[in-house]
Structure formats: C-alpha cells, structure tokens
Design a protein around this ligand. Structure first.
Ligand code: NDP
Length: 337
C-alpha cells in the first residue's frame, strides 16, 4: 500500500510516491509503454502524477492526459509546471510573466484534458520578472479555479521566503518546492529544508534514484545497460551523464549488501531513504516500464533504522554532494530565449 502525506501546511494529501513523466513520455518510450506504466502506477496505488509543459516540448502532457483519461478525477492529484520555453519558443513563450502564466495554464489544461490541476509549479525562479507579478498571476489562476495549489521548483531558501511573504499577502495557497534530492544529491538539507519547515512548505523531490544510478545497474568500467536512460540519445543520456563516474558507481555498489540486509531492492532503498526526511511529502519517481513502478512502490511506508542510515553514509563516504550553495546555480540567471 502506498502511504499519504500532507502537502505543506495544506489539507491536500499526496501519495508518498508520485509518478513523473520527464524524458520518458513522448520521448524515450512509445505511447503504449507510457500508458501501461501509468496504469501500473495506478494499480500499485499511486494517485499523484507530475509533468511539465516543457517535457517533450508539450507532448508529455498530452500522453499523461491520454493515460489518465477515464479515471475518477477526485481520486487523482495532478501536477504540472511553467517556466521553460515551449512551442515556437518566442520571447513570451517562457518565464513567469503574467502573460506566459495565463497562456500556459490554459494550454496545459487543454493538453491534459482537465478543468484544473491540483498543483501548478514555477519550474524555476525567473530573475527577469518581478516576483509580485508572478504571484499576482498565480493568485488569478487559483481564483479562476484552474489550479488548487501553487508550488515552485529548485528555488533557493531566500527565494522561498520572498515567495511565501507575497503568497501570504495575496492569499495564494503556496505549499511546496520541487528540488533534486537523493542519497547522492543532498544540497537541500543545509538551507532549503530548514527554511521550508519554518514556512510550512513541503519538498516533492525529483530523481530520488539519481535517474536510475542508485538502482546499481550501472557498473564502474562497464558499458551502460542496453535500453537504460544512459543510452537515450534523444534526451536522457545528457542528464544522467554527471553521475556516471567510477567513484560514484563504485560507492553505489557498496549499498548492495545494505539493501539486502534491509530486505529491499536497491531502488526501494533509494526511495525509502528520501522518505525518511519528514519535510519530503513525496518521492517523484520515473519509470520507463511498468514492472519498475510496480516494484518500486514497496518503498512507501518503510522505516530505515539508524544503523541502516549510518551504513549508507559510511558506504557513500564523501561522494554525496552536500553543498547548499549548489541550489543557487539551478535557476538560469537570464531567460533561455
Ligand atoms: P528517478 O531517479 O526515479 O529515475 C527514474 C529512472 O530510473 C527510470 O526512468 C528508469 O530509467 C530507472 N529505474 C526506475 N526503476 C528502476 C528499477 N527498478 N531498476 C532499474 N532502473 C530503474 O527519477 P527521474 O529522474 O525519472 O525523475 C522523476 C521525475 O521527477 C520526473 O519524471 C519529473 O516529474 C521530475 N523531475 C523534475 C525536475 C525539475 O526540475 N523539477 C527535473 C527532473 C525530474 P531507465 O529504465 O531508462 O534506465
């Protein structure tokens, strides 16, 4: 069974494991595999789904919409995002301006075949738009009933604080941040998590398996496995590349006996690890095939004891990235078009 957690200081519950369709739908896998994977997620008890307008340049939202068509809307929590350039990528097809937010929410809803999304997220911080303009636009989206809650992704602690102040003033239900977080990438622990706890924001964390690296299937000095993300030249390969170093892959192999001892698979250990952090509302996992998601959901409601947590830290040594200032570099300082 998949457990549930509240999203921020709100009354909304999300499944502890969210299924996300970045680099898979309308890209790495064909539509029938994509739809079968979404159905496997539903069968396994996942009710929360994440996508973005930018995934496969808007096509991933269409596939997710198709895959969820006919499901009871009240039983799902559906998230999407705005910020990155989409469509013909004109000067206003990007960012967090009032114009782009207004046009993007309508386009996302059409592609998803929905009247509203549960969570609408600013995919990055936009240094070129006044924050007040962005939050006023989000307030309108919420008042129009097109999104129930507002979140952001990869914002720094200072940006979260500024956003929360405006959200309070404008009565915007701002509930979450979506950062990268895994045993290998712990940069949110220093500043983002403590600030979020204070502000009543949850983390919905992406790539908890480090894009598949923490499954242990990438072996040091060996060719990458056939059909894996690392072989996806269309998109996935360039994102996973920075983890495919011998020091990282060797350290990951040292986790195998720890997973066995805990009675978990390596992917389950990786997902359970992020869920030990109480500020994490959900682990946002990907899957290129149904059997991955069916097996990975068993990570929900697992408690890792302190010996296991300590053994993980010892096995990984100084390989995990912990520098809190790394969040400062995630949002582009200027718009991409
Ligand atoms: P994960 O770390 O969960 O990686 C998922 C990938 O790992 C799968 O696609 C699969 O790749 C591999 N995998 C999964 N299960 C297994 C298994 N049991 N055995 C072996 N390999 C396995 O997360 P993602 O990187 O996919 O990100 C998840 C979601 O997070 C995205 O879909 C998106 O919604 C969100 N995200 C958000 C970002 C943001 O900026 N806000 C950025 C990136 C992601 P394969 O089979 O191809 O090797």
């Amino acid at each position: 069974m998949v457990g549930y957690r509240y999203l921020g200081n709100s009354g909304l519950k999300v499944s502890e494991i969210t299924y996300g369709n970045w680099v898979t739908h309308a890209s790495q896998v064909d539509d029938s595999a994509a739809i079968a994977t979404v159905h496997a997620a539903l069968d396994a008890g996942i009710t929360t789904f994440d996508t973005a307008d930018t995934y496969a340049n808007t096509a991933a939202e269409v596939v997710l919409g198709k895959a969820l068509a006919g499901q009871r809307r009240e039983s799902l929590e559906i998230f999407t995002k705005v910020y990155f350039p989409t469509g013909p990528m004109g000067p206003n097809d990007t960012g967090l301006s009032r114009k782009h937010i207004r046009e993007s929410i309508d386009a996302s809803l059409t592609r998803l075949g929905l009247d509203y999304v549960d969570l609408y997220q600013a995919h990055r911080f936009d240094y070129e738009t006044p924050l007040e303009e962005t939050f006023q636009a989000f307030a309108d989206v919420v008042r129009q009933g097109k999104a129930l809650y507002i979140g952001v992704s990869e914002w720094t602690a200072e940006q979260l604080r500024a956003g929360a102040a405006l959200a309070k003033e404008l009565h915007v239900p701002f509930v979450s941040n979506q950062p990268q977080y895994s045993m290998l990438w712990r940069v949110i622990e220093e500043k983002v998590v403590p600030t979020s706890e204070e502000l009543g924001l949850s983390q919905v964390v992406w790539s908890p398996m480090a894009q598949g690296v923490l499954s242990g299937k990438y072996l040091p000095g060996q060719p990458v496995p056939e059909g894996s993300r690392a072989t996806d030249e269309k998109s996935g390969a360039r994102f996973i590349e920075h983890f495919l170093r011998d020091d990282v892959l060797t350290a990951v192999q040292r986790l195998k006996p720890i997973a066995e001892q805990a009675g978990l698979t390596m992917p389950q250990l990786a997902i359970a690890w992020v869920l030990q952090n109480p500020n994490v509302a959900s682990a946002l996992v990907g899957a290129s095939r149904p059997e991955q998601i069916a097996s990975n959901v068993a990570a929900s409601e697992v408690t890792l004891d302190s010996d296991t947590m300590a053994a993980i830290d010892e096995a990984l040594g100084d390989v995990p990235e912990r520098d809190g200032s790394k969040t400062d570099d995630v949002s582009p300082k200027t718009r991409l078009v």
